[in-house]
Write a protein that binds this ligand. Structure first.
Ligand SMILES: Cc1cc2nc3c(=O)[nH]c(=O)nc-3n(C[C@H](O)[C@H](O)[C@H](O)COP(=O)(O)OP(=O)(O)OC[C@H]3O[C@@H](n4cnc5c(N)ncnc54)[C@H](O)[C@@H]3O)c2cc1C
Length: 434
C-alpha cells in the first residue's frame, strides 16, 4: 500500500463522504482541505463541469476541456481528501453506508450534492427523442447533431427535406434556451453563410417555444423584453404561450394541434433533483428536491446534509418556496456547511443559511446580454462584458480561463474558430417498437 494511502487511511478524523463534485461538492472539499476531517469525494464523472458554458460547447464556440476540470487535479495537493470515480446507487442511513457500482463506503457525515437532471415531466417519448443539455457528453452530442444536420441538408432531395434538417426547435425560454437560440442564430449568420455556401441560410429556422408569456420568465420584465428584442433582431422565431405535447423525432405537435417538422428538438424546459435511492423516508415536496432545514440538514437524518439543486430549503420572505437552482445558491450553501461542520466540531451553535441573491444574467449574442442586479436592469455591451467577466472568473483553473478568453477573442473578432468537428458522431437512440 502506498504511503499516501496509508496516511489517508489512518487519519484520526470523522469521515465525510461527499456525493457529487459540482458547484456545491467542490466548494465543500476546498473548504475542508487541511481541516480535521477525512474527506472522500464520489462522482460518476472524473471532472467538474462548468454547466453555465455548456451551451457554448454544444454550439462549437468552446472545446469541452475548457469548461471541465479533472477532480484528480483539484484533490492531488489535499492530504485529507480522496476521490473515487463511481456511481452512487443507494444510501443505507441505518448502517451509514454508501453503495456504489464499485463498492461501498462508510461515513460519519454524508453530504449529498448530486445536482439535477432534465425534467421531461414523465413524457417518455420526448426523453427518447429530444436532445438535452446537462453534461459535456450531451453538449458534444448536440454539437455533432447540428453539424451532421448541416451536412445532411446538402443531400436532401427537396426544399422540404432541407428545411427539416435545418429546423431547430428549443423548448424552454429560460437562460439555457435563450442562450442556445442566440448562439444558433449567430452560427446561421456566420458559419452557415460562409462555409455552407451551397445552402440557403434562410432555410435554417430557429424556434424558441415556451408555455409562459415571456422569455426569461424569472428575470425582470425589462430584461425579458430586451432579450425578446435581441432574439427577434437575430431572426429567432419566439413562440410564447405555446406547449409542446409530443415529438417523434421528426414532427413536433403543439397543444393547439399545430405541427412542425424538425430533425432536432432541444428540451430545456425544466430540471428535477437527482435523488439517491435509500432515502425514501425523506420529505421530497416538489421536483425531486429533498426538504432540508436552515443548516442544510436532511430532515429526519441527523448525519446527512443536502446541498445545491437537489436541496429544498424554505427561507421566510422571497425564498419561502425554495432557492433558485443556480450555482451561487449551491456555493453559498456549501460555504456555510463547511463553517458549520467546523463550529459543530468545536461545540459552537450552528448558523442558519441566508441566501444572498447577486442577480441574474443571460447572453444572447455578441454585445447582446441582459443583467438584473437588485432593482437595476441593464443590457447591451456593458452587460455582455459583465457576463463574460463573471463567467471567466468563475471557471475552475487558470488554464481554462485563458483558453476560454482566447477562444472568445478569436471567435468574436474573426468568427473563424475551428471547433466545429464531428469527432464522435451522434447516433440517434433507437425508437422503441410500440
Ligand atoms: C445548461 C445549463 C446552464 C446553466 N447556466 C447557469 C448560469 O448561467 N448561472 C447559474 O448560476 N447557474 C446555471 N445553471 C445551473 C447550475 O449549473 C446549477 O445550479 C449547479 O450546477 C448546481 O450545483 P450542484 O452542486 O447542486 O450540482 P451539479 O453542479 O450539477 O453537480 C452534481 C454532481 O453530482 C454528480 N452526480 C450526480 N449523481 C451522481 C451519482 N448517483 N453518483 C455519483 N455522482 C453523481 C454529477 O456527476 C455532478 O458532478 C445552469 C445549468 C445548466 C444545465
Amino acid at each position: 500500500m502506498s504511503k499516501v494511502k496509508q496516511r489517508y487511511d489512518r487519519l484520526p478524523y470523522p469521515t465525510v463522504v461527499v456525493i457529487g463534485g459540482g458547484f456545491a461538492g467542490l466548494e465543500v472539499i476546498r473548504g475542508l482541505d487541511g481541516k480535521p476531517f477525512k474527506v472522500l469525494l464520489l462522482d460518476k464523472q472524473n471532472h467538474h463541469c462548468f454547466q453555465p458554458l455548456l451551451y457554448q460547447v454544444a454550439t462549437a464556440s468552446l472545446s469541452a476541456d475548457s469548461i471541465a476540470h479533472p477532480f484528480r487535479r483539484t484533490v492531488a495537493p489535499m492530504d485529507n481528501v480522496a476521490f473515487r470515480m463511481c456511481t452512487v446507487q443507494r444510501v443505507d442511513p441505518a448502517a451509514k453506508l454508501v453503495h456504489t457500482d464499485r463498492g461501498s463506503f462508510g461515513y460519519d457525515k454524508l453530504i449529498i450534492a448530486t445536482g439535477s437532471t432534465t425534467n421531461f415531466f414523465n413524457n417518455a417519448r420526448m426523453e427518447q427523442e429530444a436532445m438535452q443539455l446537462k453534461s459535456i457528453s450531451q453538449a458534444l452530442d448536440i454539437r455533432s447533431d447540428f453539424l451532421q444536420d448541416f451536412e445532411s441538408a446538402l443531400y436532401a432531395q427537396d426544399e422540404a427535406g432541407q428545411r427539416r434538417y435545418l429546423n431547430f426547435i428549443i423548448v424552454g425560454a429560460g437562460p439555457t434556451g435563450v442562450e442556445m437560440a442566440g448562439a444558433l442564430a449567430e452560427i446561421r449568420r456566420t458559419v452557415l453563410k460562409r462555409e455552407y455556401r451551397e445552402l440557403e441560410s434562410e432555410r435554417m429556422q430557429i424556434w424558441l417555444v415556451d408555455g409562459n408569456d415571456r422569455v426569461l420568465n424569472s428575470f425582470s420584465e425589462a430584461s425579458s423584453a430586451q432579450a425578446l428584442r435581441y432574439l427577434k433582431d437575430m431572426g429567432v422565431h419566439v413562440k410564447l404561450n405555446a406547449r409542446v405535447v409530443s415529438y417523434d423525432g421528426e414532427q413536433v405537435v403543439f397543444m393547439d394541434g399545430t405541427t412542425m417538422e424538425a430533425n432536432t428538438l432541444l428540451w430545456a424546459a425544466g430540471v428535477k433533483g437527482a435523488l439517491i435511492p435509500g432515502l425514501e423516508a425523506a420529505e421530497v415536496p416538489k421536483a425531486n428536491r429533498y426538504r432540508v432545514d436552515r443548516t442544510n440538514r436532511l430532515e429526519g437524518f441527523p448525519d446527512i446534509h443536502v446541498l445545491g439543486d437537489v436541496a429544498l430549503m424554505s427561507e421566510e420572505g422571497r425564498w419561502e418556496r425554495g432557492h433558485p437552482q443556480v450555482a451561487p445558491a449551491a456555493v453559498q450553501q456549501a460555504k456555510l456547511l463547511v463553517r458549520n461542520l467546523l463550529r459543530e466540531a468545536e461545540g459552537k451553535a450552528l448558523l442558519p443559511f441566508a441566501y444572498r441573491d447577486k442577480g441574474s444574467m443571460a447572453t444572447i449574442g455578441r454585445y447582446k446580454a441582459v443583467v438584473d442586479v437588485g432593482r437595476l436592469h441593464f443590457g447591451g455591451l456593458i452587460a455582455w462584458l459583465g457576463w463574460m467577466f463573471v463567467h471567466l472568473m468563475s471557471l475552475v483553473g487558470y488554464r481554462n480561463r485563458l483558453q476560454v478568453l482566447f477562444n472568445w477573442a478569436w471567435k468574436y473578432m474573426s468568427w473563424k474558430n475551428t471547433i466545429r468537428l464531428i469527432i464522435r458522431p451522434y447516433v440517434r437512440k433507437a425508437t422503441p417498437v410500440e
